[in-house]
Design a protein around this ligand. Structure first.
Ligand SMILES: Nc1ncnc2c1ncn2[C@@H]1O[C@H](COP(=O)(O)OP(=O)(O)OP(=O)(O)O)[C@@H](O)[C@H]1O
Length: 318
């Protein structure tokens, strides 16, 4: 969490009226000894939108978020947050909020101390909103933070992240320990918040199906590389599920990027990178296979299951 006045412009709207870039990276790379956690990430995330940062364990998501928020320095390349180099930059104080699991609070802090501190740190902090969210998550305000359950600690991070109303809010797997009801509360509150006070959100998560409806833009990181940076709708429409007799499914998918294939008896089901155009539908009819839309999760899982870094999906579809 950080402090200072915010004089920045509105970060845009969910209708996409603004094309300001809130986060930009160029060739961003971070190595730890022989491990390259992030390699050559080049991104431009639009202001005022909700971005999903997706990828498997160890893909490089937290590394990217730490570089974007100035908690770490790149080995090569650049990161810009609201146009600024984020590393130890007081001009960014209070303009962004990074909600992470490993948040450390002073030893003696109770929940209400955290909320009070956040209200001083973030110039657009909304007290009423914070109180309402504390209620919704049933957070015990007088309990010492170190005595909170894991889920309550996550809920406290979520309350701070949402009530801070920072220009850029970054959540790194904010749901750890939250039960299904609490996660739904978070998703609902996030939707309400961005509708009320548009802001740039980056949500790193593994629960892709759960957040599918929230995401406007998707960034997928795989083995330290950005393999997809696209509108969520574009991603959903970038692949289809093909079902039918194995030979017919293979004939349909031949020459196209196969994201996944399962066989049960003589029937195959495959996820393949192609758009359900009129031509593809006609071809499916001729071959006797069914086409169905796929979810964001199916595309992301298909893209990131290989042991090697995936080829960017955009390249495959070009
Ligand atoms: N301080 C560090 N020292 C050495 N290696 C590190 C360090 N931080 C991260 N790594 C390595 O960099 C890679 C990327 O890690 P990172 O935490 O960014 O992944 P992630 O996508 O956030 O994973 P998860 O979804 O499991 O949280 C991993 O191989 C990790 O072990």
């Amino acid at each position: 969490m950080s402090t200072g006045p915010s004089t920045g412009p509105s970060t845009g709207t969910r209708t996409g009226a603004s094309t300001d870039v809130a986060i930009a990276t160029s060739g961003l790379t971070r190595s730890y000894g022989a491990t390259t956690a992030l390699e050559g990430a080049t991104l431009a995330l639009e202001a005022g939108r909700v971005h999903g940062l997706l990828g498997r364990n160890g893909a490089g998501k937290t590394t990217l978020l730490r570089l974007l928020t100035g908690l770490d320095r790149p080995t090569a390349g650049t990161a810009r947050l609201l146009g600024e180099d984020p590393f130890e930059n007081p001009r960014l104080a209070g303009r962004f909020c990074f909600v992470k699991e490993s948040q450390v609070y002073p030893e003696s802090f109770r929940v209400h101390h955290v909320l009070r501190a956040a209200s001083l740190l973030f110039p657009r902090w909304d007290d009423d909103r914070a109180a309402e969210l504390v209620d919704r998550f049933a957070l015990p305000t007088r309990r010492p933070v170190k005595k909170l359950s894991r889920g309550m600690t996550s809920a406290l991070g979520v309350v701070v992240g949402l009530a801070a109303r920072a220009e850029v809010t970054l959540f790194d797997e904010p749901y750890l320990g939250l039960d299904a009801v609490a996660r739904q509360l978070f998703y609902d509150a996030l939707l309400e918040e961005v509708a009320l006070e548009p802001r740039t959100v980056v949500l790193s998560t593994h629960l892709i199906d759960e957040v599918d409806h929230l995401l406007e833009r998707v960034v997928v990181v795989d083995h330290g590389r950005v393999v997809l940076d696209a509108d969520a709708d574009e991603v959903r429409g970038s692949a289809v599920e093909v079902t039918g007799p194995s030979a017919a499914v293979d004939a349909f998918t031949g020459g196209r990027r196969l994201l996944r294939r399962e066989v049960l008896g003589g029937t195959a089901r495959a996820t393949v990178a192609t758009r359900a155009t009129r031509e593809e539908r006609a071809r499916a009819d001729r071959l006797g296979v069914d086409l169905a839309p796929v979810s964001l999760q199916q595309v992301v899982v298909g893209l990131t299951t290989a042991a090697e870094p995936a080829r960017p999906l955009q390249e495959v579809l070009r």
